[in-house]
Design a protein around this ligand. Structure first.
Ligand SMILES: [Fe+2]
Length: 381
């Protein structure tokens, strides 16, 4: 009797498979794909995603992997139409959400937000995230230290790292949704509080990177390239990654906007300029940024606001690259150092709103009240 009741309950539960949370991101062409992942209880093995395509609901089946007492489900939708809004439902959840693919060309302005050091203090994360959703970006690019699940310096993993990730991803889903139920996808790279060489399995279980490698190049049609780099969290700066960067930049000469996004800073505003990582970035990557005149670099990790003067060959130069930062989405802001390269700086939470048009890229620093308190325009390359 007790056994049959258990079976009935299990059956009822499996009929009502609902995700604990879900998140959308791009690992492939943002104009024609979308990767949807969701976390469920271990008992829920339903990998079905319902997609409304040309006014018809179709069901597609993804896959899942078990981790701890949860399942992490994953499906990559492909052959989608560029610049199109799709509705979707996950498993038995009745709620309908939307996502939008990126346009193939830059005919109308495209907005995205860049930020890092995201979910350290819940109150600040929520305040900033409300403003980000109001800005209605197509996506967010996150430069590492997302959930703070991993405490590198104390050589211990958060007592329950997965729980911390789930908390972050649940809050992200709650806040990163526009008024018309469009879920804002993210593109991520990792920081020192996300993984290191001895603890990376959880990160790669949660995110759908095709390989266990953080550096990658994502092209948006013919107008934008985002280079996500790894500041020595998994791969060294020098060697293979730098060779890849060199080759990738050589292949992107016709792209009008190209930004690099990574965690630790070449031109830090709080940490030491003489640090090993900043020095390595300046030695191995910045000469390539200079040579290929990238549109800008977004740096994080310092928990401040900064904008550098244009820099070339490690000197101030009006033809140089601006380094934006410095990772203060949801962390307590710190006091900045006085450095020769900092044109603007402040103890202030911030994210960057980038608006691309054919004429220019407008980069604005946004504070906790949603106000743009600093801006620069950058011409296409
Ligand atoms: Fe960091």
């Amino acid at each position: 009797m007790r056994y049959s009741l258990f079976l009935v309950l299990c059956f009822a539960f499996s009929l009502n498979a609902k995700p604990i949370t879900f998140y959308l991101s791009w690992y492939d062409d943002p104009t024609s794909t979308m990767t949807i992942q969701w976390i469920s209880e271990e008992s829920d093995i339903d990998d079905t995603l319902h997609l409304n395509k040309e006014d018809k609901w179709i069901s597609q089946t993804g896959s899942h992997r078990s981790f701890s007492q949860y399942n992490i489900h994953q499906i990559t939708l492909s052959q989608l139409t560029p610049n199109t809004t799709y509705s979707f439902r996950i498993s038995d959840d009745e709620a309908t959400y939307q996502f939008q693919t990126a346009p193939l060309t830059l005919e109308t302005p495209l907005r995205f937000v860049v930020g890092g050091d995201v979910y350290l203090l819940k109150k600040l994360f929520r305040k900033m995230s409300e403003q980000v959703a109001e800005l209605n970006p197509l996506f967010c690019a996150l430069g590492g230290d997302l959930a703070y699940a991993f405490h590198h310096h104390s050589l211990r993993i958060h007592s329950d790292a997965l729980r911390r990730w789930i908390s972050f991803l649940s809050e992200w889903k709650k806040y990163m949704i526009t008024k018309d139920q469009r879920v804002i996808p993210f593109l991520v790279t990792a920081g020192n509080h996300d993984l290191d060489r001895d603890h990376f399995e959880l990160f790669f279980n949660l995110f759908a990177f095709p390989q266990k490698k953080l550096y990658r190049s994502i092209n948006f049609g013919n107008y934008l390239n985002l280079l996500f780099l790894d500041t020595n969290h998994l791969d060294p700066i020098e060697g293979k990654q730098t060779a890849w960067l060199k080759q990738t930049l050589q292949n992107q000469t016709n792209i009008p906007y190209l930004f690099a996004i990574y965690h630790e800073a070449a031109y830090p505003s709080f940490y030491s300029y003489e640090g090993i990582i900043p020095e390595k970035i300046r030695t191995f990557w910045c000469p390539l940024f200079d040579q290929h005149q990238i549109s800008g670099a977004f740096e994080h990790h310092n928990h401040t606001f900064k904008r550098t003067y244009p820099i070339k060959n490690q000197k101030l130069d009006p033809q140089g690259i601006i380094y934006f930062g410095d990772g203060c989405w949801g962390a307590a802001p710190r006091k900045t150092n006085e450095m020769w390269y900092l044109e603007k700086k402040g103890r202030k939470n911030n994210v960057y709103l980038v608006e691309l048009t054919q004429e220019k890229s407008l980069i604005q620093a946004i504070d906790l009240s949603g106000k743009a308190f600093d801006e620069v325009s950058i011409k296409p390359r």
